[in-house]
Design a protein around this ligand. Structure first.
Ligand code: NAD
Ligand code: DAU
Length: 356
C-alpha cells in the first residue's frame, strides 16, 4: 500500500512527509511542481530512502495524474498543493485560480476515475483528503464565537476565495459522485521549513539580518497559531478515522495579535542570539501600510476533531515558538538557500510598496 501526497515539498507537506515516514513504512509518492515555495532541501534527510518517491509535476496535469494513480494504486490521496500566500494573491491572483481551483478540479477528476475502477474493498477504504484553511470562513469580530465547521463560508482575499472554491468542489465530488473525501480547515501554522515570506519566519530572518520588522497596520489582527507537527498529526488522524464527507477544523486554541507574536519572537532572539550592540530586537519593528482587505480575526473551534477523533495539539505556543526560533538559528544554510534572487525580488517589491 502507498499514499500519494501533492505539495509535499512545501512547508506543511514536507513536515507531513517527514512525520509520516518517521512513524510508518508505508511509501509516499510525492507530487510537487516545485514552485518558488517548493524546496527539496526540506526532504534532504530522505535521500536514498526507497519509501519516498518524488515526482516533479503539476496537479493540473491530468495525464501525469492518471499515470501515477494507475502505476502506484495509492490507498489515499492527500492534497497539500496550493498557492498559499495571501499577499501574493493580492499582487497576482491568476496562479491561485489555476492551481487551487483548476488544479484541484483536475486532481478530483483523475482520482474519481481511478477510484471508480477499484474493486469494492479498495474502493470503500479509499480516501481523498483535502488540506484547507480557516480563511475560507472570513473574518470574526472581537467577541464572535470561533469558527465551527458549519460557519458560513465568506472568503475575503483571492487566496481564501480560491481555497473556498476548492473546498466546494471537494464537497460536491462527495455529494454527487460518492467520492470518499475528507476536508481539514486549519489555522495558521508555524515551525520548521516555514518559507520566510510568512509572518513568523520573516520576522526571525529579518531580525537576525538587522532589517525592519514590517507589521501591517496597527498589528492588532488576531490569528490562531498551531505548531506544524500538530497539524500533520491531525491530518494523519483524520485520514485514519475521519468520516467520509466530513469537514474537520484544526486549531491550537492560541489566538494572538500579530504584535504579540512579533514581541515574542524578539524576546526569544534577545535571549538566544542577543544583538551585538546590546539593544533589543523590538527596536527594529516598523509599522507599514496594511494589507488590503486584511481579515481582522480568525479563531478555530476545534472541538469536533477533539471529540470525534480524540486529537489534541501536543505543543503549547510557548514550546512551539521557542523550537521554531531555535530551528532557524540552527539552519543558517537552509535560510540562505531559500533567500534566492526570486525571494529577494518579492521582498523588495512588496515591502517597498508597503512602506510607501
Ligand atoms: P507552501 O506554499 O509552503 O507549499 C505549497 C507546495 O505546493 C509547494 O511545495 C509548491 O511547489 C506546491 N505546488 C504549488 N502549486 C502546485 C501545483 N500546481 N502542482 C503541484 N504542486 C504545487 O504551502 P503550505 O503553507 O505548506 O500549505 C499547504 C496547504 O495547507 C495549502 O493547501 C494551504 O492552503 C493549506 N494551509 C496552510 C496553512 C499555513 O499556515 N501555512 C494553514 C492552513 C492550511
Ligand atoms: O489561517 C491560515 C492561513 O495562514 C493559511 O491558509 C495561509 O496559507 C497562510 O499563509 C496564513 O495566512 P496569513 O495571511 O494569516 O499568514 P501571514 O503569515 O501572511 O500573515 C499573518 C498575519 O501577519 C496577518 O495578519 C498579516 C500579518 N503580517 C504578515 C506579514 C507577511 C504582517 O503584519 N507583516 C508581514 O510582513
Amino acid at each position: 500500500m502507498s499514499i500519494l501526497v501533492t505539495g509535499g515539498a512545501g512547508f506543511i507537506g514536507s513536515n507531513f512527509v517527514l512525520d509520516w515516514l518517521a512513524q510508518s513504512d508505508e511509501p509516499i509518492v510525492n507530487l510537487d511542481k516545485l514552485t518558488y515555495a517548493g524546496n527539496l532541501e526540506n526532504l534532504a534527510s530522505l535521500q536514498g530512502d526507497a519509501r519516498h518517491l518524488f515526482v516533479r509535476g503539476d496537479i493540473g496535469d491530468s495525464a501525469l495524474l492518471d499515470a501515477l494513480l494507475a502505476q502506484h494504486r495509492p490507498r489515499a490521496v492527500l492534497n497539500f498543493a496550493a498557492e498559499s500566500h495571501v499577499d501574493r494573491s493580492i499582487h497576482g491572483p491568476q496562479d491561485f485560480i489555476q492551481t487551487n481551483v483548476v488544479g484541484t478540479f483536475a486532481l478530483l477528476e483523475a482520482v474519481r476515475a481511478h477510484w471508480g475502477g477499484l474493486p469494492e474493498a479498495e474502493k470503500s477504504a479509499f480516501r481523498f483528503l483535502h488540506v484547507s484553511t480557516d480563511e475560507v470562513y472570513g473574518s470574526l469580530g472581537p467577541t464572535d464565537p470561533a469558527f465551527t465547521e458549519t460557519h458560513r463560508v465568506e472568503p475575503n482575499s483571492p487566496y481564501s476565495a480560491s481555497k473556498a472554491a476548492s473546498d466546494h468542489l471537494v464537497r460536491a465530488w462527495h455529494h454527487t459522485y460518492g467520492l470518499p473525501v475528507l476536508t481539514t480547515n486549519c489555522s495558521n501554522n508555524y515551525g520548521p521549513y516555514h518559507f520566510p515570506e510568512k509572518l513568523i519566519p520573516l520576522m526571525i530572518v529579518n531580525a537576525l539580518a538587522g532589517l525592519a520588522l514590517p507589521v501591517y497596520g496597527d498589528g492588532l489582527q488576531v490569528r490562531d497559531w498551531l505548531y506544524v507537527r500538530d497539524h500533520t498529526s491531525a491530518i494523519r488522524r483524520v485520514l485514519q478515522a475521519g468520516r467520509p464527507g466530513e469537514v474537520y477544523n484544526v486549531g491550537g486554541w492560541n489566538e494572538k495579535p500579530n504584535i504579540e507574536i512579533v514581541h515574542t519572537v524578539c524576546a526569544l532572539l534577545d535571549e538566544l542570539r542577543p544583538r551585538a550592540d546590546g539593544k533589543c530586537y523590538r527596536e527594529q519593528i516598523s509599522h507599514v501600510r496594511d494589507r488590503p482587505g486584511h481579515d481582522r480575526r480568525y479563531a478555530i473551534d476545534a472541538r469536533k476533531i477533539e471529540r470525534e477523533l480524540g486529537w489534541t495539539p501536543a505543543e503549547t505556543f510557548e514550546s512551539g515558538i521557542r523550537q521554531t526560533v531555535q530551528w532557524v538559528l540552527d539552519h543558517p544554510d537552509w535560510v540562505a538557500h531559500v533567500q534566492s534572487g526570486a525571494y529577494r525580488q518579492w521582498i523588495h517589491q512588496h515591502y517597498a510598496e508597503a512602506a510607501a
